[in-house]
Every structure is written in C-alpha cells, then in structure tokens.
Ligand binder design. Sequence first.
Ligand SMILES: [Fe+2]
Length: 217
Amino acid sequence: MITTQHTLKASPALTRFDFFNRLKELKDDFHNNILFKAMVNGEFTPAARDKFLFHHQFFSDQFQRLIMLRSAMCTHPQLEDIFYGHLVEELGHHKMLEAERNKISLKKDIIIEALTMWFPYQMFSTSPLEQLVIVNCGVETAALIIYHYAIPALDPEKKSEFFRIHEIHDGYHQTMGHDLLKNLTSQEYERLIAILEDTWAILNTLMARLCTLSLAD
Ligand SMILES: [Fe+2]
C-alpha cells in the first residue's frame, strides 16, 4: 500500500556522480546496438559500406551545422572558447567524407534526415551546458565507440583520412568542458541527465537505422 508519507518522501539530491554514472550506463548499452554486432560479424560487404557512408553523410552534414550554430550563438564566458576551439577542429570534415566515399545513387532516407536534424535543432532550444552534454558527452563519446567498430569493418587498412582524424581527436573531444559539470544543483543534474538520455536514444535509433539501410538489398 502506498502511504501519504511514502508519496511525499523526497528523492535524494542528484549529483555529478549520478550524471557520470548514467553516462557510463548509456555508453555500455550503446555497445549492444545491432550496427556494431553486424560490423563484428563481418556483414559489411563493400556494397554495405558504400550504403552506410551514403547515409552517414547526412549525420556528418548535420553535425557541421550543429557545431557552427553552437559556437555562433554562445556567449557563456567559460564555454565560448571551448565551443570555438571544437568548431575549428571539426570544420569541413563533412566535405572530407564526401570526397572520400564512393558515390552511389540512393534515395535519401527521411528517417535518417529527421534523426540527424534533431541535433542542430537542439542548439536553438537548450542552454550552453546542455549543448556541452549533447555534443561532448553524447555525440563525441558515441563517436569513439562507433569508430571502434567501424574502422575494422569498413576501413581495415586505415586508408580513410575521415576515420583517422576522428580517431585522433574524439578522445579529447569527449572530455571537453567536463570541469563545468561540477557543483551544479540537483535540478540542473536532473535536466542534464534527461537531455543526455534523449541524445543517446537518438544515437541508438540512428545507428540501428544505418544498419538496416546498409544491409538492405
Ligand atoms: Fe570530434
């Protein structure tokens, strides 16, 4: 039976520990995505690779919009330089992918488009700290896992400059601004955990969709 006393009991205050603990859980869960299982199982033929990169191009293009918007609109005293530095290191990488990949004629996928457009759209409706979480604790942290599986499956000879440059930088990109995630209120951590969970849910759905499209006939 639920008593009045029970329903009124306050939840424990959320802390930095809860935020990073949830991030660890989301990272661990991401490894279970069907895309990575297919990559490990050797299902990515050269044709599947070309389809994967065709659709991945939409993610790369929208990430450029996100990183430019985030920097352009930031006036937060401690994050302005961090966002600008990150922009400088990412600028133009979508063109690198476009130049490298084999061009194939495919119809664009509207689900991929909708999922990837979620990222730049968030830059209009979130705080700078939330944007740090979306980009650095979300996309960049996921990128390290994505490339961990994608490079052996798609570029085992490590010829791709696009993959190589992300392999070098993304370890640092995932930790940028972490010092600013200290000493926040419980309500702020609650909001950051919510946006973190949304980000990883989008990333998981996007990777699964990339898998389905890459392996389709
Ligand atoms: Fe990066």
